[in-house]
Design a protein around this ligand. Sequence first.
Ligand SMILES: Cc1ncc(COP(=O)(O)O)c(C=O)c1O
Length: 437
Amino acid sequence: MARERATFADRHPGSRAAYQRSDHLFGRVPMTWMNKTAGDFPVYLATARGNRIVDVDGNEFVDFALGDTGAMAGHSPAPVVAAVTERVQRGLATMMPTEDAAVAGAELARRFGLPAWSFALTATDANRWAIRLLRAVTGRPKILVNSYCYHGSVDESLIVVGPDGRGASREGNVGAPVDVTLTSRVAEFNDLEGLERELAHGDVAAVLMEPALTNIGIVLPDDGYLAGVRELTRRHGTYLINDETHTFSAGPGGATAFWGLEPDVLTIGKAIGGGVPVGAYGLSAELADALSGRGDLDLVDMGGVGGTLAGNPVSMAATRATLQEVLTDAAFATMIETASAFADGLIRIIEGYGLPWSVSRLGARVEYRFASPAPRNGTESAATANAELEDFLHLYLANRGVLLTPFHNMALMCPETSLADVARHHEIFDAALKELT
Ligand SMILES: Cc1ncc(COP(=O)(O)O)c(C=O)c1O
């Protein structure tokens, strides 16, 4: 690790100097999570295009992090650049709709099966607003999530199953407004019994979940689990929100189309804007009608749902271009084929060294965990984390020109990711394991 840290420092003098010059940034970075890096300082961006990044020192990387899905469409995809460039010159913050939004909404409806769409600037906000709407419709106070989920900085989601089996605040939860057990319930992923026990209290407005966990490694659903969730939520009068922000990697209609799911609300963000900030939520016809009929809810002014720049012309132009021209059915087919090759190669290398690790894939997204068989829920998966080993592998790869997502061992494919890029990752990964073992 010391050798790799020294190599990193040698390769990145410009990034280190930029970090040292950032006295007036809290934590020296524009956002504190940018300090999540295996080196001693972050790498500073010069340019990014497709699946290549060049840093301020001129180092080139094959990028499998892809902005933790924000750039699943590739960096600066040409149709998005063209649409945004054209739009930027004709007004940015006018508070008026543009027709791109309706086209984007129709495309989201076609892909995900929900008819009524609204836009935010982040997936976090899409989740927050969906939660508010479902509390309003049901009159119920609580939201249920899976242990070790991630849905953005949503207060209600920062709950885990504690050692005694009951809900507890997630470690490190910053400034919770109230005890999270007052607003939330929690069940393990793949645990229908636990879910039923919690829903039986009759106070859960909505289950907010990813169809596969993607933020604590990839945890895939057991056969029948997602159908069971739908059946139980319906039986208990609880709405179901599928957060497809990451599981969109499963295909053009995300996990919802891939597994034939029927959520009441679908939230998404990141990739649909091709890198431009956007979030969105889609509502069922029944919910849209129920909400439209509620004269007591202020959906227009200060009722707690909305943002001045939400639905802005640039985000809408970018979303339209991304969905219509970049993350197409054909692009997904290529990305998924590449990801399959990535996963197959990874399994071969890991098996070659006899390591008890597992590989999971969800469409264009691949991840390995330091456990085999693959963990079946968030708590099990969290227990397999090994920060030192992860940092070593990330740094080893970064020093040889390959980036994984900084938060875990995730590799994502964009339309430009080639089999040669996969081979390059695997060659370096193999060398790292050879040294380690
Ligand atoms: C499943 C899921 N939902 C929501 C979010 C929040 O997205 P954003 O940070 O763009 O608000 C994330 C971010 O990683 C996510 O993984």
